[in-house]
Design a binder for this molecule. Sequence first.
Ligand SMILES: C[S@@+](CC[C@H](N)C(=O)[O-])C[C@H]1O[C@@H](n2cnc3c(N)ncnc32)[C@H](O)[C@@H]1O
Length: 265
Amino acid sequence: MTSAENDAFANIMRLLAGLTDPLLSSLASLPAGAHVVQLGCGTGELSLALARRRPDLRISAIDIDSAALDEGRAHAVQDDLTVDFREMSMAALDFADDSVDAILSRMGLFLPGTAPFDVSARETARVLRADGILSIAFWANLADSPYTAIGISVLRKILPEGALSDMESSFAEAARPALLGSPLADAGFRDIVASGFDWETEYPSFESWWAFDAEFGPLKALFDSLDENQTIAARKLMADSMSACLTESGSYRLPARARMITARR
Ligand SMILES: C[S@@+](CC[C@H](N)C(=O)[O-])C[C@H]1O[C@@H](n2cnc3c(N)ncnc32)[C@H](O)[C@@H]1O
């Protein structure tokens, strides 16, 4: 990875790390040798965390991004962990029916833009064995991720009216069916328990946050479109809007909220 990619990766993990414990705690009852699959694993940090805690499990991590999978394989070698990284879509899982003991996902399953929710829910149900465990977290509201909540509120004050509305409404629409849990119920899941999970994510400085929010991901193109004066104004607005989250050490502790679902097949 280049150093910019390294920084971006560290910034994403700062945001998502708070979800590791609640997601993995749902798998505590799995016996040795159980097969766990992570959907939309990216670089697979969640699977690697599981492998670190439970080396007795068989863990597969799937994604369609071969570069992210290569990163995951490199981390596994570096940390001497065993995770089988496989290039695969969650819309067409290459696992036998009823063969998987648990499915895990952090901002993969039910992430807008990945795969139609009904298709991925059906595939998840197909490969899980009867009584198999599902443990997932996803963004269910644009305002729940500090990335979008802070970035969009700043851009809204600077860009012309309407410039952001498509993004906001398509995210809200895309998240609606998953919020209601209907794709899982329709796919045959039972004991569906949905809850909101709140945590705080810490960025060591304003610059580390700016690099994440304004120079990475879907908001980057919008921040890049600002001229020099608008960028200065955006930085000031952003710092002001985060001032209540500033700690004595100069870091920012930002609130985040995700939707968590556990269910049984
Ligand atoms: C927000 S990232 C996931 C972050 C990762 N789960 C973590 O916890 O570190 C979303 C991932 O979904 C993957 N993805 C998108 N469409 C997919 C599909 N149809 N099947 C599997 N993965 C997909 C993307 O390549 C990306 O790596």
